[in-house]
Design a protein around this ligand. Structure first.
Ligand SMILES: Cc1ncc(COP(=O)(O)O)c(C=O)c1O
Length: 315
């Protein structure tokens, strides 16, 4: 694929929806933090799956299911590489919200008890607040708010240090704020939280589209994002969990594919990540998310280092 200089026409060609008009003007879309428009490659990946080789995955033995399973698992590897994570740590979800609820109900509900504390930054999207409120209600744990500095709109690490204690069992923080665009110092947050033995859940929904994430270096315990903000369709996203944590967590939903053996006298669950993927997954969505993550990696690499640099588009 060739790299073209930044130009509106190239962007319009890469994103078919931008060929439309609104109020008799060429469409201008500035709401990508809510959801992104979709490039042709992603639309083509979905279309090829449905027009070429639709089949369920991890069940059946015919050629189409083998091909679909191979593409589905190759997509998981692509998304793992996108995050610099081991493939065993990637669980498909419907998006960031479902991933955060999975962590709350499968990890936190087992590992947090009455008297424990969950630190949640005041900057969080509701999806990274409400699941912790529910789990606090279920377990008797307390939510501790890490307030935003009203003058700088940032989170102060010295305040964080005063909130941390041996009672802190989990810290929930956004990588980049969906309101202000503030990029939080998650490297320091993770290091400080780990020093008291707390687990860190990072909401990467707004970050993955803007910077390279390397989870092997970052050492986050959990990291989540939604595909639709990253040029992929809605209804697909990913949860990264450290494999040692995922292995020890109970399943959240029950159904097909997350079991190894079922009988009325007992059920043996599959190993993670399959343990967390009950039912027929969003195969086309996973394939499209892999395609979107490849394009996003290219875009991030081309991002200008300074505002005067030229920006290139390369879908
Ligand atoms: C920072 C952040 N976290 C979580 C979410 C929830 O994402 P979704 O609704 O795709 O699950 C959003 C969506 O706006 C967000 O901006």
């Amino acid at each position: 694929m060739t790299t073209r200089p930044f130009e509106i026409e190239a962007i319009r060609q890469a994103f078919p929806s931008l060929s439309h008009h609104a109020s008799q003007q060429p469409l201008v879309y500035l709401d990508s933090a809510a959801t992104s428009q979709k490039p042709k490659q992603v639309i083509d990946a979905i279309s090829q799956y449905y027009s070429g080789a639709t089949a369920n995955v991890h069940r059946g033995s015919h050629a189409l299911t083998t091909a679909a399973t191979n593409r589905f698992e190759a997509a998981r590897k692509t998304v793992a590489d996108f995050l610099g994570a081991p493939v065993r740590g990637i669980v498909w979800t419907r998006g960031a919200t479902e991933a955060l609820n999975l962590i709350a109900q499968s990890y936190a509900r087992q590992n947090v008890k009455a008297g424990d504390e969950i630190i949640v930054s005041e900057m969080e999207h509701h999806a990274n607040i409400v699941p912790w409120q529910i789990v606090a209600e279920q377990t008797g744990a307390t939510i501790v708010k890490w307030p935003v500095d009203p003058t700088t709109c940032t989170l102060d690490l010295t305040v964080f240090e005063t909130l941390l204690s041996e009672k802190t069992k989990l810290v929930a923080i956004g990588h980049v704020s969906n309101v202000t665009g503030t990029r939080n110092p998650i490297e320091a947050v993770i290091q400080k939280a780990h020093s008291v033995g707390a687990v860190v859940v990072v909401d990467g929904a707004q970050a993955v589209v803007h910077e390279t994430v390397n989870l092997s270096e970052l050492d986050a315990d959990f990291y989540v994002f939604s595909g639709h903000k990253l040029f992929a369709p809605a209804g697909i996203g990913a949860l990264y969990g450290k494999p040692s944590l995922l292995d020890a967590m109970p399943p959240w939903h029950g159904g097909g594919k997350m079991v190894e053996k079922v009988s009325f006298s007992g059920t043996h669950f599959a190993a993670s990540p399959a343990k967390f993927e009950a039912g027929t997954p969003n195969v086309a969505g996973a394939i499209a998310l892999a395609e979107a993550s490849i394009g996003t990696t290219r875009l991030i690499a081309l991002k200008p280092k300074s505002t005067s640099a030229r920006f290139n588009i390369d879908w």
